[in-house]
Design a protein around this ligand. Structure first.
Ligand SMILES: *[C@@H]1O[C@H](CO)[C@@H](O)[C@H](O)[C@H]1NC(C)=O
Ligand SMILES: *[C@@H]1O[C@H](CO)[C@@H](O)[C@H](O)[C@H]1NC(C)=O
Ligand SMILES: *[C@@H]1O[C@H](CO)[C@@H](O)[C@H](O)[C@H]1NC(C)=O
Length: 339
């Protein structure tokens, strides 16, 4: 039986309405699942929001990050994955404001010229100072731009362990409080090494614990040194081959461009993502190796807790096409020297 013109029109209308309703239902489902994900995430990370307005705002940012992660991972054509971490309800700008903190000196300090590892002959194919027991558990700088202090302390802790066999936990807070014109908003690793030399050493985490805010220097505590360095050296700039020699001998402090979203949401694999060379963050290189797909990588230790990356670490592409290295990792590398 042929439908009348009006009948066809109504059928069409009904079909349109039905598909619209179905689409709307799917959307609500998806939204609901994002909201559920957010709730689970809140529980997992113990997040507390001031009010429902704040929560709504955070949900929106969270949802945006989830979509970014899902789209990225779905493409499936990259050597690394993105994922949720403790910062996933923050925008890139908020994150940058609180969780980095490198400031290159406004008047460039002269680079040191000696490089004690220049002529080493044995460079293993891979090295992992974490597996060798020379690196402390991952720390978290919190909402304080003290990455530079964590980077410097990591390098001092490791060389101390390599020389003495003792893995101490040293005080980032001492560096944050006691170095002039530094603190939660800025800092530089070589300045931290300089201070440590001048001060006759650095005290322990237990004696001078981390509080993630600017404090005033507690001089009596700062003088209770438990580890000393006698100098520091800059690795020749923009040369990953030279950094390799240094890392073969000890973990190295480096600056890095940690400002891009892929870096924030990195979860696993060898990172070769979108990155620049505006170095605003600092980490320590604690090893290197070659991935199964033959990509050479650096293993870096971050100070963003264990929810970021591979339990707080990132493998990032080594031997990059540009001399600065991926994310500028080869631009400013330095390490402390002990007796
Ligand atoms: C991966 O796939 C996405 C989406 O198809 C594309 O935009 C992007 O350029 C690809 N990236 C690489 C490195 O191939
Ligand atoms: C490395 O070798 C070169 C060339 O022999 C030499 O000039 C330099 O002093 C050596 N450097 C170190 C740190 O031993
Ligand atoms: C911390 O100290 C630095 C350097 O003195 C200063 O620039 C910054 O504003 C301070 N930050 C806070 C949160 O007080």
């Amino acid at each position: 039986m042929a439908l009348s013109l009006a009948g066809k029109f109504y059928l069409c209308l009904v079909l349109m309405l039905a598909s619209w309703a179905l689409l709307a239902a799917f959307r609500t489902l998806h939204e609901a699942s994002i909201e559920q994900k957010h709730e689970q995430w809140i529980t997992k990370h113990g997040r507390i929001y001031a009010d429902s307005e704040e929560k709504g705002k955070r949900l929106e940012i969270f949802a945006n990050n989830v979509r970014f992660i899902e789209d990225f991972n779905r493409a499936g054509n990259r050597t690394f994955k993105l994922g949720l971490n403790a910062f996933s309800d923050k925008t890139v700008d908020e994150f940058l404001q609180f969780s980095t903190g490198l400031l290159l000196p406004s008047t460039p300090r002269p680079r040191t010229t000696s490089f004690m590892h220049a002529n080493i002959t044995h460079i293993p194919r891979c090295i992992d100072w974490v597996a060798k027991g020379a690196v402390n558990a991952i720390k978290n700088q919190g909402q304080c731009g003290s990455c530079w202090a964590f980077s410097a302390v990591a390098a001092i802790e490791s060389i101390t362990q390599i020389k003495t066999g003792k893995l101490l936990e040293l005080s980032e807070q001492q560096l944050v409080d006691c170095i002039k014109n530094s603190g939660c908003s800025r800092g530089w690793m070589d300045t931290a090494f300089d201070y440590t030399i001048q001060n006759g050493g650095i005290t322990s985490e237990t004696k001078y614990p981390y509080i993630a805010t600017n404090g005033t220097c507690h001089v009596p505590t700062a003088s209770l040194s438990v580890a000393k360095i006698v100098g520091y050296e800059d690795v020749p700039a923009n040369n990953e081959g030279e950094i390799l020699k240094a890392v073969a001998m000890q973990p190295v402090s480096v600056s890095i461009d940690g400002s891009r979203r892929e870096f924030h949401l990195y979860s696993s694999g060898v990172f070769n993502g979108n990155c620049g060379t505006e170095v605003t963050h600092a980490v320590a290189i604690v090893g290197y190796g070659t991935a199964r797909d033959c990509t050479n990588y650096w293993k870096i230790r971050n100070s963003w807790g264990e929810t970021w990356g591979e339990a707080g670490y990132m493998r990032i592409q080594r031997d990059y096409a540009q001399p600065e290295g991926l994310c500028g990792i080869a631009m400013h590398a330095s390490y402390p020297v002990v007796q």
